[in-house]
Design a protein around this ligand. Structure first.
Ligand SMILES: N[C@@H](CCC(=O)N[C@@H](CS)C(=O)NCC(=O)O)C(=O)O
Length: 215
């Protein structure tokens, strides 16, 4: 069987999603670092892997996949246990609804290249960037807070799903901006704390990656 390789950046939340899914599925893999602060994602060596110019890229079963959610769904389709989507169609839709609140509606607005464009094209300084970042986190987390259950350790039902895989990395991103008061989102904070106790989530955390100690 071919080696599984995750091309990513230790602090990237999209890479963090894929690490969680690989761990949940019990797949061993090797990481190849693509340093975002050195713009390695847009260098020819990385573009040759995938034209997106982003991380992560996953090499698995002899294929390369871009987009963290395409990776996670591929893993779920080819390694069905533990399932990352409920059987019930309504619950599946709810999981995808929650997942896209983050993947589609929050994350791209606060991505590194979006923030760089705000600086480069519109002269945004650090304060303006922080305010922009906070705006989209707070708006998105207000939605999540209302959609999440008032009790329990996961986003939907009793099992870990795609929604949990994207929630924890997004909360980690939010915590990088200390002015964002997460106490206004008690359901988000409770579920994040519970999930991070699971081995697959713990081992995938940025601070557990070897690069974290090299900073
Ligand atoms: N929708 C993509 C997002 C990938 C993405 O934007 N990754 C970020 C790091 S979290 C990145 O590569 N940023 C570098 C850039 O935007 O140039 C996915 O889920 O994989």
């Amino acid at each position: 069987m071919s080696e599984t390789i995750l091309y990513g950046y230790w602090r990237s939340s999209a890479t963090y999603r894929t690490r969680i899914a690989l761990n949940l599925k019990g797949i061993s893999y090797r990481t190849v670092g693509v340093h975002l602060l050195k713009d390695e994602q847009v260098q020819p060596a990385h573009l040759a892997r995938h034209p997106s110019g982003r991380v992560p890229i996953l090499e698995i079963d002899g294929h390369r996949i871009g987009q963290s959610m395409a990776m996670v769904e591929y893993l779920d389709e080819t390694r069905p246990e533990p399932a990352l989507l409920p059987r019930d169609a309504v619950l599946r839709a709810h999981v995808r609804d929650l997942k896209d609140q983050i993947v589609a509606d929050i994350h791209p607005l606060n991505n590194t290249s979006t923030l760089a464009r705000l600086r480069g094209q519109f002269g945004a300084d650090d304060a303006a960037i922080a305010s922009w970042y906070e705006h989209w986190i707070v708006r998105g987390f207000r939605v999540l807070e209302q959609m999440l259950p008032a009790e329990g350790d996961v986003c939907v039902g009793h099992e870990v799903t795609l929604a949990d895989i994207v929630l924890v990395p997004q909360v980690a991103n939010a915590r990088r901006y200390p002015q964002i008061d997460l106490s206004q989102f008690p359901n988000v904070v409770r579920i994040d704390a519970a999930l991070k106790k699971l081995q697959a989530f713990h081992d995938a955390a940025p601070e557990q990656q070897p690069e974290a100690s090299q900073q």
